[in-house]
Design a protein around this ligand. Structure first.
Ligand code: DX5
Ligand code: ZN
Length: 216
């Protein structure tokens, strides 16, 4: 089995020292850099946009994993592609023309991700599983870092891994929200390939240890 990828979420970094924080987690062994984009509409918080992704890009070799928690994501994908995103993930709850949107993300040269909130069933993404590179299972209600992991997400990951196996799908399974060393092994056993971790990595002064603990 391939090793699990760890994607520290920039949301929990010290924003006054963004470049140093990125360099620090890269040195500490991170695989991807997760960028949480919030618009104050889709979620009750406002964070960062493509300008910040573009500012960070020249300073890191880590793939930028852009998680768009915004309404009308179609308005933003081109800017994120231009900013250097490797993965652009949109929410199933945020788009009416999901098929077109996901195909467009791929046309832009990025990996296309689809995410679903804790209350959204897996059946809502069934029809697009053949055109996505990644499925992001939310294990908290999106909007903030540092929330408690919702246990039902573990079972959702297992069911998704089962669907992938049965259909011969190739997409990665990513989990986001409340991920820590206390649940990472169970998530990987259930089928997760990528773990997003905000507070578990940036909240620890020893980032290398924090990342190593998530891989155990
Ligand atoms: C939540 C974000 C997450 C969040 C994760 O809306 O999508 O990426 O920053 O932070 P932790 O790991 O602290 O739950
Ligand atoms: Zn996220």
């Amino acid at each position: 089995m391939a090793k699990v990828l760890i994607a520290p979420s920039l949301l929990s970094a010290d924003f006054s020292r963004l470049r140093d924080e990125v360099l620090d987690v890269e040195r500490a062994g991170a695989d991807w850099l997760h960028i949480d984009v919030m618009d104050g509409h889709f979620v009750p918080n406002l964070t960062i946009g493509p300008l910040v992704a573009a500012a960070v890009k020249p300073h890191t070799n880590l793939p930028l994993d852009c998680h768009l928690m915004v309404t009308e994501p179609e308005k933003w994908i081109e800017e994120f592609a231009r900013a250097g995103a490797s993965v652009i993930t949109v929410h199933v709850e945020a788009s009416v023309h999901l098929d077109r949107l996901l195909r467009r993300i791929r046309e832009l040269g990025c990996k296309a991700g689809i995410s679903l909130n804790p209350a959204t069933p897996l059946s809502s993404i069934e029809e697009v599983l053949g055109i996505v590179d990644l499925v992001l299972v939310m294990s908290v209600n999106p909007g903030f870092g540092g929330q408690k992991f919702i246990e039902a997400a573990l079972e959702k990951v297992s069911r998704l891994a089962e669907i992938r196996k049965e259909s011969g799908g190739k997409f990665l399974i990513e989990v986001d929200g409340g991920v820590s060393a206390a649940n990472s092994a169970k998530l990987v056993a259930a089928g997760a390939d990528v773990l997003v971790a905000g507070s578990a990595v940036f909240g620890n002064s020893d980032r290398a240890k924090a990342i190593a603990d998530l891989r155990k």
